[in-house]
Write a protein that binds this ligand. Structure first.
Ligand code: DC
Length: 223
């Protein structure tokens, strides 16, 4: 089973996706990390993350097992990620790895921006996780402070708006709600409540898959 979890920055999608993977014994891929690592690598080499040739070269060199998780979580990595993510050749380069990952057994949970729309349109369950701009900025600020980054609410809110605008406006695989996605607004939810709501949706999708898979073949009508 493939579970696609999409949504904007700090909506809670990563926490929910990780919890689902753990709860159901599925593999988990944070696809944002791939873009963050590519963005960081371009910046570390002294190039502009909006440069298509440099960004593609970095995507081709990417080893998903060697990503520096701490550096990848910074505000700077997120900004670079959203620039390289707008380059079609970079997205195409990272697509196969994500699709291969999604096929892992017994199942996989992938979170990102285009999982339900582009990477795995065939996913057995699609969640679109969202929350108000203010609560997303608050959560992100807390996350960054825990990582030791000195920043404030206004800076985080403005970076978040910029990222949202770029992720939604790009020409390839923009952030969109898949027509068959379940919307999960976590603004007024605790983490536990959000995870429970997501687990119920997985249970019900699995139940429907079993029912559909086990349905007896229709008998041929009498002559
Ligand atoms: O989820 P995140 O904040 O770690 O993602 C970082 C950036 O990567 C985000 O601004 C958009 C981009 N991204 C994307 O375009 N497609 C994905 N599937 C995941 C992330």
């Amino acid at each position: 089973m493939i579970i696609a979890v999409d949504g904007p920055l700090a909506s809670g999608k990563g926490t929910i996706a990780r919890a689902l993977a753990q709860n159901f014994g599925f593999h988990y891929l944070d696809t944002g990390l791939l873009y963050r690592a590519v963005g960081l690598s371009v910046v570390a080499a002294g190039h502009d993350p909006a440069n298509p040739a440099q960004a593609l070269a970095a995507a081709q060199r990417l080893d998903p097992d060697q990503i520096d998780m701490v550096a990848a979580r910074t505000l700077a990595a997120g900004a670079a990620a959203s620039q390289v993510a707008a380059i079609p050749t970079v997205r195409a380069q990272l697509l196969e790895f994500q699709r291969d990952f999604a096929r892992r057994l017994p199942g996989a949970v992938l979170d990102g921006r285009d999982i339900g729309t582009v990477v795995c349109p065939e996913a057995g369950l699609k969640l679109f996780v969202t929350a108000s701009e203010t609560s997303r900025a608050r959560r992100r600020l807390q996350e960054l402070r825990e990582l030791g980054e000195a920043t404030d609410f206004a800076t985080v809110l403005s970076a978040l708006r910029e990222r949202d605008a770029r992720d939604c406006a790009r020409s390839v695989a923009p952030l969109r709600v898949a027509p068959d996605a379940h919307l999960l607004d976590t603004t007024d939810f605790t983490i536990d409540e959000a995870i429970k709501a997501a687990c119920r949706l997985v249970d019900s999708a699995r139940h429907n898959m079993v029912v559909a898979g086990g349905r007896p073949e229709r008998e041929s009508p009498p002559e």
